[in-house]
Design a protein around this ligand. Structure first.
Ligand code: ADP
Ligand code: MG
Length: 357
């Protein structure tokens, strides 16, 4: 359905310098595929999506859609826009129109669908994304997750052959990410062709037929979710998919700021959607710092979260000792009750007590 050959994009900066963002992108996308594009920020993922629907015309290469070269002179862009829906990070709803009017607008204006029919269809789509009860309100009264679901319904109303999603959940409060992803999961199941730039690794692994790992302006590795996430060929892919998010505190003396640590853990858990881990984490940290490891200073406290496996842990690290700082008879029952496991192990520079949440 879409075939991209040697695509490149170079931006001209106002000072005359240039920046090549897409170097040589090649791929073929079939009908019904759900492709997630992952990769570090600044590697051209958004630019690629914007090039594919000609919002940002490429500077070299070819893009073929349904057998037509869309970069050829005279190719009608309105035809392309009908085939391709786009859902952005920032929703882009028409604020002066109700939810229903937002969905009805393009089909009536661009496809000349009769209003009654367009409304009926819009209500069906709003039902599908769980927003029918909000048909008559204005976007300003909706949450971010609700706005994004309306934006998806609006895009579907044009019956596109493919929808391009550019980080559809990254501007959302973490509590609303799930409702948008579940709508997208449903669309994937129904066979809609989707190209999704996302940093939601587990979502990408679960819904995609293929993953593109983009790095430095090219599709660095292209494969099944199993290949990219479990058996990547390139070390850069492996490093990216196994990224671990960390929160670190160095505790040098006894007058450390416990409140600051508590707040930090709270923020970390919100950011990575670890809601149910926050309470056990506070309790474990408190008991370790004030009881079992009270005499260990300096001590490094680290909270880690591996995005792909979901593994979350608290590390308590003491430098320069080879044996466990925990007393052999330490009463760890309450910590065991709040955790999956406690691992005591020497490291290159000292000793670590790891509590798996
Ligand atoms: P990603 O989506 O992977 O984070 P982008 O495609 O947004 O990356 O951007 C890649 C690079 O291109 C960045 O360095 C960005 O600053 C640059 N860039 C994007 N759009 C423009 C533009 N319109 N003019 C100049 N530079 C741009
Ligand atoms: Mg981007």
């Amino acid at each position: 359905m879409i075939s991209i050959k040697h695509l490149s994009k170079t931006f001209q900066n106002p000072d005359g310098s240039t920046l090549t963002v897409l170097k040589d992108v090649n791929c073929d996308i079939d009908k019904g595929e759900v492709i997630s594009i992952i990769g570090p920020s600044g590697t051209g993922k958004s630019t690629l999506l914007r090039a594919i629907n000609m919002l940002e015309p490429p500077t070299g290469g070819e893009i073929w859609v349904d057998g037509e070269n869309i970069m050829a002179k005279g190719y009608p862009l309105d035809r392309l826009r009908r085939k391709m829906g786009m859902v952005f990070q920032g929703f882009n709803l028409f604020e002066h129109m109700t939810v229903l009017e937002n969905v009805v607008y393009a089909p009536t204006k661009l496809l000349h669908v009769p209003l009654a029919q367009a409304r009926e269809e819009a209500m069906e789509l709003l039902k599908k994304v769980g927003m029918a009860q909000k048909a008559d309100v204005y976007p300003a009264s909706l949450s971010g997750g609700q706005k994004q679901r309306v934006a998806i319904a609006r895009s579907l109303a044009m019956h596109p052959e493919v929808i391009l999603f550019d980080e559809p959940t990254s501007a959302l409060d973490p509590t609303m990410v799930g409702e948008v992803l579940s709508v997208m999961r449903q669309l994937a199941k129904e066979g809609l062709t989707m190209l999704i730039v996302t940093h939601e690794m587990r979502f990408a692994r679960d819904v995609s037929t293929r993953i593109f790992f983009m790095n430095e302006g090219i599709i660095y590795e292209d494969g099944s979710p199993d290949q990219i996430f479990r058996h990547p060929v390139h070390s850069a892919t492996k490093a990216f998919v196994n990224r671990i998010q960390k929160l670190v505190y160095e505790i040098d003396s006894d007058d450390f700021d416990y409140l600051q640590i508590h707040t930090g853990i709270n923020r970390f858990c919100i950011k990575y959607n670890l809601g149910d881990k926050a309470d056990p984490a506070y309790a474990i940290v408190k008991e370790m710092l004030f009881t079992h490891m009270r005499d260990q200073r300096p001590l490094t406290l680290r909270m880690t979260y591996a995005e792909l496996s979901g593994e979350t842990a608290l590390d308590f690290m003491v430098e320069g000792r080879k044996d466990s700082p925990l007393a052999p008879d330490a009463a760890l029952d309450s910590i065991r009750a709040l955790s999956r496991d406690i691992v005591e192990e020497p490291t290159a520079r000292g000793f670590r007590v790891k509590v798996l949440l």
